[in-house]
Design a protein around this ligand. Structure first.
Ligand code: FAD
Ligand code: NAP
Length: 346
């Protein structure tokens, strides 16, 4: 790795880097060697060396959707590419190009300050801009795919930079082409297309309640503030209690399975899915199985939201995955539904 260290655009290399600060579960993690990537041009050389030395590797953004082991072998790329600029503006849209390492919430705040409404429902989601397309982050009826124009990435299979238009990204509910092809693309920049026509999206009950009875429609700034307030009250702050947000995806089931379940469990909470199937509220299933607020050793299920698993202190990936398995087993036994883990297990 010495030649990469000496090159003018070389990323900083730190051996045995502690990553407790860079995973929101707050697990004690040590990366054998970590490169801080601050420019896309640094990537080809690092990847060439990784390939030559046949080292294991992975990409880390803010660490808010990962379950990390005690030791990360080989190379960890820490995505710190900065920068955001308006690259196009016409009658209909504003296009903003943003570096993969920019903090997602800071970017959303900036768009609201710039009077570019659209992303307000996605406020206060932790992590980086570069990770946002990986699982097509979503909240309160909006998802990042709604605003993506194109994505620049290093394609490790072709050893070349590529620009993927939105249509090539195969976005779906918490899913994308990137998630389907792990270890292939390193996202370096995201171009967002923010439409100038804007309507508030208030279909989620928590958000609708905030503005019920108002005479005028709320502004994007008001929705942004409301989303920040609701989330701060409902979700544990990772700086205080380690967590990775929702631990399981909401299961999407065929109508027949949903109707059969409804007969046995008339209180079942569910919503129509974008694809015409039925989305079951995973948090409700876990709550009904009695897990909400339970603690097992150093880990547990958050007291206000059963979908969030937490690290109370010195928990490990193994502790969390054991707890997750007991939840999956119980939910499958009672409801016949398989819960899939949302964060990426390294
Ligand atoms: P990381 O956790 O570092 O990485 C996640 C995955 O993306 C990994 O597989 C990693 O290899 C890959 N990756 C990261 N950066 C890149 C890159 N530049 N190129 C290629 N691959 C990359 N998610 C939602 O969808 N909606 C929510 O409302 C939401 N709320 C949350 C609330 C809390 C309190 C927490 C802790 C998490 C929440 N999340 C939510 C999950 C998480 O914030 C998002 O998935 C976020 O996009 C992860 O960003 P990150 O930079 O931390 O990614
Ligand atoms: P909530 O509003 O209490 O809703 C519970 C579940 O029901 C959510 O999972 C949501 O699905 C679904 N839901 C509620 N109203 C809906 C509607 N009108 N149409 C379709 N689906 C509806 O959820 P919450 O826990 O407070 O979270 C609020 C939002 O933030 C949700 O969108 C959630 O996804 C997001 N969030 C995500 C994470 C994460 O890590 N992925 C963490 C925290 C919060 P959806 O999940 O599909 O929206």
């Amino acid at each position: 790795m010495n030649s990469a260290q000496n090159a003018p655009t070389s990323p900083k290399l730190t051996p045995n880097m502690a990553l407790k600060y860079r995973n929101t579960f707050g697990f004690e993690v040590c990366a054998e060697s970590a490169y801080e990537i601050t420019a896309a041009e640094q990537i080809p050389k690092v990847m060439q060396q990784i390939a030559e030395q046949k080292l294991p590797w992975r990409v880390l953004g803010g660490g808010s959707n990962v379950i990390l082991p005690k030791v990360l072998p080989g190379v960890t790329l820490l995505m710190n590419i900065p920068g955001q600029e308006i690259t196009r503006s016409d009658e209909s849209n504003t296009v903003i190009t943003v570096g993969a390492g920019v903090n997602w919430h800071d970017f959303v705040s900036w768009t609201i300050e710039q009077q570019l409404p659209g992303l307000e429902n996605l406020a206060l989601i932790p992590g980086t801009v570069g990770a946002a397309p990986i699982q097509n982050i979503g909240a309160y009826g909006a998802e990042v795919a709604d605003f993506i124009d194109s994505i620049e990435a290093f394609d490790t299979a072709a050893h070349a930079f590529v620009t993927l238009p939105k249509a090539a990204c195969q976005f779906a509910y918490r899913d994308s082409y990137f998630k389907q092809n792990p270890h292939r693309f390193i996202v370096t920049k995201v171009a967002f297309k923010i439409p100038k026509a804007w309507e508030p999206r208030l279909q989620y009950a928590d958000l609708a309640r905030q503005f019920a009875g108002a005479d005028t429609k709320p502004t994007a700034q008001q929705i942004f503030t409301a989303v920040c307030n609701i989330r701060s009250q409902k979700l544990p702050d990772p700086k205080v209690i380690g967590n990775a947000g929702s631990f399981f995806q909401n299961p999407i089931v065929p109508d027949k399975q949903y109707l059969d379940l409804l007969q046995v469990h008339p209180q079942l909470v569910s919503y129509p899915d974008q694809t015409g199937m039925r989305k079951l509220a995973a948090g409700w299933l876990i709550d009904q199985c009695g897990f909400k607020g339970q603690t097992v050793g150093s880990v547990g299920v958050y007291k206000n939201q059963a979908l969030v698993l937490v690290n109370h202190g010195d928990g490990t990936a193994e502790d969390i995955l054991n707890l997750a398995k007991s939840i999956q087993d119980k939910v499958r036994e009672i409801y016949g539904v398989q819960l899939e883990i949302e964060p990426n297990i390294f």
